[in-house]
Design a protein around this ligand. Structure first.
Ligand code: GLC
Length: 800
């Protein structure tokens, strides 16, 4: 069944049935203030950190409650409902609703009993508070008396875990006050400064555009005993009783009573944030301007349109267009901004940036906003330790030059990360390469950037040190050690066991260093990297290839993981796709391993991370065994890997296959099977349950996942074939043969490219040698556009 559709012009996903199979959310805000909201207004907000800045409550893994609730009540009949279908949940025959999730805002429209409401939720651009703008209209023929109630359930304390667990403490540190047009909440109000790691904080929930008729600052008084958010006693009675909390649970609840003539509307605003009393007062005064919310939402639309405008595709596949132009791109930005800090699914306890995750996330936005990417590249490089390894977790208050590191007990206890991982620093190579190729900003290589612990080096030297870290951690056969984990969190290969995925990453790192060294005319480094590449290539060939596949690793006691004939986990996806991405596999071998993948790992929802799943034959250190078969790393469809799969097939020039994989896991293409998929049809999730599960196709852990960026790269670089390098740009699409034509509008180094690709011969890719490319009417050989050929505006035509 279908619960909604894409509105491409508005860049919105429109949910037309509110009883979606799971809460379908939008992620709003910025690093300063995040707000997650479902199509039924469930969700929560945080200041800077989901773990340590939690402002309002959400109960995970329950009924999508509570949230940003606005209740409406007919003061004559006593009937009441909510501006979102839930929590009151009127019968769907009588209650009509539409949810429009957009870029930076969510609008919930409802019609019930002769009244229409439109609640727009957003975090204004660059602001650190949120706005709930509600318009109520009397659509009936008689005058109406309607009440509007806004409700937000404050946490007692900003640390999520404390608020949820340490109730014998947190229930007794906070109270609320009523201040004219807002509820003010204080935490630890007697302390002038933080005592014992507590935080002295004030929050507010305010009303602008109407007068407060009644108020309440105590959750128990608002809800009433043995009641729920769906039937609060105070809403039922039509009046808030003025109780303010002193201990136990606070809330912000404000009521305004309206009289509306037929056809008349009222517009008012609820505001929520962590602000001092005077700031709250000023903000409320600011929002007395009734036109402000519309202007602010337009500002958000313009901002996001601008961000997303550097690449626009028009292909015969609508789903692909929706994802690449808006939703995959928006998800890439949100993931870039928040890393894995907050979710509607898990509580977001991680208080910082995962190294590998964030360095990969950067790749998803380079083609759209290279400046923003650059800032984060500098930041992540400054979290590399002087010996070349990278901090597995980079704290939000990261202080380059002064950080402790996994060698220090203090780092281990404060982050929970016991040691270095094998892959973290190696992700810098593809990311820095993509940034420099997109922008031509090779000067970055010579920029000085501090290390996390001590010292400073140019980026170029940082990269050489990253290779040095891998070379200093080799295991058996001289291959890179698996250490605490490689990309796969569930593989503990140890200090002597080795990871083939990391070997491929290292091989690729040598190649990228060769390109950079050539550019810098640093012949010594170039020769050294070339020699290492050859040497490691031979080792990979000797120890990582078995019969018809690349194996996944070798354990400390020399057991090969992922070899033919193993009863479980005999074929792994990543070493096959990365053999191509890294440039290690010849095209012929690349095609052969990818055919094997298609035959043994592919399913209708994508290719499995490995198969068969572990049940009885896992080696010590194969933590995937903990999961049910076909789940997550234990043979699930780990969606991040699909991006690499798409890219690998595209690099081989097999567009039909690349697109087949694309569609199998494309959220938009799964719009009609919402009940199977469960999560939003406009965002990627972390994984999909596969063939061993009775719920094959069910997807989990939405929004903040590396899937967003790898699939984006697989599509832009792979399927669309936009492959910049230091000197220009190659066009090498790998598309379904049925695509006769597609176009791309792209900004490249400040210039506009209007690219038109014609494919009259039903080709699928790989033949740029024989293709004809013209740039402003001049032919360019090998489908390659030297940057020097480009003007401000460029008509580029490729005949495949
Ligand atoms: C999760 C982690 C990521 C890891 C992946 C595979 O997505 O955030 O760091 O690479 O799982 O295990």
């Amino acid at each position: 069944m279908q619960y909604g559709h894409f509105d491409a012009a508005a860049r919105e996903y429109v949910i037309t049935r509110p009883d979606t199979p799971a809460p379908w959310a939008n992620y709003l805000g910025s690093p300063a203030y995040g707000a997650i909201i479902s199509n039924n207004a469930g969700g929560y907000s945080f200041v800077k950190s989901g773990a340590a800045g939690r402002l309002i409550r959400y109960r995970f893994n329950e009924q999508d409650r509570p949230g940003r609730y606005i209740y409406l009540r007919d003061d004559e009949s006593g009937d009441y409902w909510s501006a979102s279908w839930q929590p009151v949940g009127k019968p769907l025959g009588e209650y009509k609703s539409v949810c429009r999730h957009g870029t930076g805002y969510t609008v919930l429209e409802a019609e019930y009993a002769g009244a229409r409401s439109e609640a727009s939720y957003y975090v204004p651009h660059n602001a650190d508070y949120e706005v709930w703008h509600i318009k109520v209209s009397n659509t009936g023929k008689a005058a109406r008396k309607l009440s509007v109630f806004g409700f937000a359930e404050f946490t007692c304390e900003s640390f999520y875990e404390q608020d949820q667990v340490n109730l014998q403490y947190t229930q007794f540190i906070t109270r609320t006050y009523f201040k004219d047009k807002f509820i003010l909440q204080t935490i630890n109000e007697n302390c002038l400064n933080a005592v014992n790691e507590s935080r002295v904080e004030t929050r507010f929930f305010g009303l602008a555009g109407a007068n407060v008729t009644s108020y309440c600052g105590d959750r128990a008084a608002f809800l009433g005993a043995y009641r729920d958010y769906g039937n609060p006693v105070s809403v039922e009675k039509g009046r808030l009783d003025g109780t303010l909390n002193y201990n136990l649970n606070p809330c912000g609840a404000l009521h305004t009573a309206l009289a509306l003539a037929p056809g008349e509307s009222a517009s008012l605003v609820f505001l929520l944030g962590q602000k001092r009393e005077a700031e709250a007062k000023a903000l409320i005064a600011h929002y007395e301007d009734p036109g402000l919310p519309e202007r602010e939402i337009n500002e958000l639309k313009t901002y996001w349109r601008g961000k997303l405008s550097n690449l626009k595709v028009e292909t015969p596949d609508e789903n692909f267009n929706h994802m690449i132009n808006t939703w995959n791109a928006y998800q890439c930005f949100i993931t870039f901004i928040w890393s894995r800090a907050a979710s509607l699914v898990y509580c977001g306890q991680r208080n910082g940036y995962g190294y590998r995750d964030t360095v990969q996330d950067i790749q998803g936005i380079i083609h759209l906003d290279p400046e923003m990417a650059l800032e984060k590249i500098r930041f992540m490089v400054s979290a590399q330790v002087n010996h070349g390894g990278a901090l597995p977790l980079v704290k939000y208050d990261h202080n380059p030059g002064h950080e402790d590191k996994p060698e220090d007990a203090s780092y281990r206890t404060s982050t929970g990360h016991p040691s270095y991982r094998a892959d973290d620093a190696l992700w810098l190579f593809p990311t820095v390469w993509k940034y420099i190729a997109e922008t031509g900003n090779t000067a970055l290589l010579d920029e000085n950037i501090p290390y996390a612990d001590t010292g400073t080096d140019t980026l170029y030297k940082h990269l050489i040190k990253a290779i040095g870290f891998s070379l200093a951690h080799l295991g058996i056969h001289g291959l890179p050690a698996g250490l605490h984990a490689d990309w796969n969190d569930c593989l503990r290969l140890g200090a002597n066991g080795v990871s083939v995925f990391v070997a491929m990453q290292l091989y690729y790192a040598f190649e990228i260093m060769i390109r950079f060294a050539q550019h810098k005319k640093d012949a010594a480094t170039e020769a050294q990297m070339a020699e290492l590449k050859t040497k490691f290539g031979a080792v990979i060939e000797e120890h990582c290839w078995d019969s018809d596949r690349f194996v996944r690793g070798i354990t400390e006691d020399d057991q090969v993981v992922g070899k033919p004939g193993d009863p479980e986990a005999s074929l792994w996806l990543n070493p096959q796709s990365w053999s191509i991405i890294s440039g290690f596999a010849s095209p012929q071998r690349g095609r052969a391993v990818m055919d094997l993948v298609h035959e043994q790992l592919n399913t209708k929802y994508g290719a499995r991370i490995m198969a068969p799943a572990y049940r009885r034959h896992a080696f010590d250190g194969a933590l995937a065994l903990l999961f049910n078969p076909s789940t997550k790393e234990n043979g699930g469809i780990f969606l991040q890997t699909q991006g690499w799969l798409i890219l690998a097939e595209a690099l081989l020039g097999r567009g039909a296959r690349a697109f087949e994989y694309y569609l199998e896991s494309c959220p938009a293409a799964q719009n009609p099977i919402a009940e199977t998929r469960l999560v939003e049809p406009y965002v990627y999730s972390q994984f999909t349950e596969s063939v061993d599960s009775p719920f094959e196709g069910r997807s989990h852990v939405h929004w903040l996942t590396g899937t967003a960026s790898t699939v984006m790269v697989g599509c832009v670089e792979g399927i669309l074939g936009i492959r910049p390098d230091i000197d220009g740009l190659r066009l090498s699409p790998a598309i379904p043969p049925s695509w006769q034509f597609f176009s791309v509008e792209k900004t490249f180094r400040g210039r506009k490219l209007h690219i038109k690709v014609h494919n009259p011969e039903d080709r699928e890719g790989g033949g740029q040698g024989g293709w004809k490319l013209t740039v402003n009417g001049t032919e360019a050989a090998g489908a390659y556009i030297p940057a020097s050929m480009l003007r401000a505006e460029n008509e580029i035509v490729l005949e495949m």
